[in-house]
Design a protein around this ligand. Structure first.
Ligand SMILES: O=C(O)C(=O)C[C@]1(C(=O)O)C=C[C@@H](O)C=C1
Length: 306
């Protein structure tokens, strides 16, 4: 039975994602995303499940930076999880008693409209996770009056749901990934995604365009691009790319090696089945057989068979 680390404690959305991705896995709750990834890196766990991006908040900076800078890990699976937030309180607390709310920063963003409208005087404080917030609020003498978390977190820690669905949108989705230490890639399924990180070789006009061209000319569709600061001063960025297809697809492999040529560094983060099961549209001239045929033709040319 694999052991998977995750952003805990019990009752986080990440736990729900883990239970869906790997129902039989042993679960190792960790205090934050970095600790969960370190547990996987150090062999305390066989892998980890962490949030990667949210349909409102965008990329989860800690996860993106850990994947780019930390000891390498491989993404082997992803999951899209609809997230529904509840306002959870100790039994007896009323709306007018709520002065301090505790929740994860991603939930602060996703419930900003609700808190501004319904609890304009309340201070909203960042917690390590939504379930950690619920756990804290449940403590007698807690400085917080309410948590925003999944309803299940309230059940786990003895809080009651004062208001359901406090998210500003009802269709919010968080994308989670399962990572392992580098090893065998998941086999291609025909509906895959590839993630990687690329660093500019030098800053010049068209540098990003050069990177994008590697994908464009091979008919590789991007599903996400995100810049993150390198930390070397204002204006210095590196890029996270998600693309349609598996690195064993000829067009993806060629694009990734092209990217390697025009970048100072590329870190491959994984090729894995897409959660939405969508298959890429293969443009004319970019199928595996088109690449094989072209390589055979070039070999003949080089052999003088013109
Ligand atoms: O705190 C949790 O419950 C988490 O699983 C983290 C997290 C996130 O990082 O985005 C996951 C889903 C929600 O978007 C809010 C918080």
């Amino acid at each position: 039975m694999p052991r998977l680390a995750y952003l805990g404690p019990e009752g986080t959305f990440t736990e729900e994602a883990l239970r869906t991705l790997a129902p039989d896995a042993e679960r190792l709750p960790c205090a934050n995303v970095s600790a969960a990834l370190d547990a996987a890196r150090q062999g305390e766990a066989d892998g980890a499940v962490v949030p990667l991006e949210n349909s409102i908040e965008g990329g989860i900076a800690t996860t993106l930076d850990e994947l780019a800078w930390g000891e390498p890990l491989l993404i082997v699976a992803e999951l899209l999880l609809p997230v529904e937030f509840s306002l959870l309180v100790r039994p007896g607390t009323r709306m007018r008693d709520i002065k301090r709310i505790f929740t994860h920063p991603a939930a602060i963003t996703q419930c900003r409209g609700f808190t501004a409208r319904e609890l304009p005087e309340a201070v909203v404080v960042a917690a390590p996770s939504t379930a950690a917030a619920a756990q804290e609020v449940a403590l007698p003498g807690s400085p917080y009056d309410a948590a925003i978390a999944a309803r299940i977190a309230g059940d786990n820690y003895g809080l009651v749901e004062l208001v359901a669905n406090v998210g500003d949108r009802s269709d919010t989705v968080t994308r989670f990934i399962q990572v392992t230490r580098p090893g065998v890639l998941p086999a291609p399924t025909g509906a895959d995604r590839t993630s990687l990180v690329a660093f500019l070789s030098d800053d010049h006009p068209g540098a990003l365009l050069e990177m994008l061209t590697e994908f464009s000319v091979r008919g590789v569709n991007l599903s996400r691009i995100e810049s993150r600061p390198t930390g070397d001063g204002i204006g210095r960025y590196f890029f996270h790319f998600d693309l349609e297809g598996h690195v064993t697809d000829a067009r993806v492999g060629e694009a990734v090696s092209g990217l390697h040529r025009v970048s100072s560094d590329v870190r491959f983060l994984g090729s894995y089945p897409r959660a939405d099961g969508l298959t890429p549209q293969v443009k004319r001239g970019t199928s595996d057989s088109d690449f094989t045929e072209a390589a055979d033709w070039l070999a003949r040319v080089r052999a003088g068979q013109v």
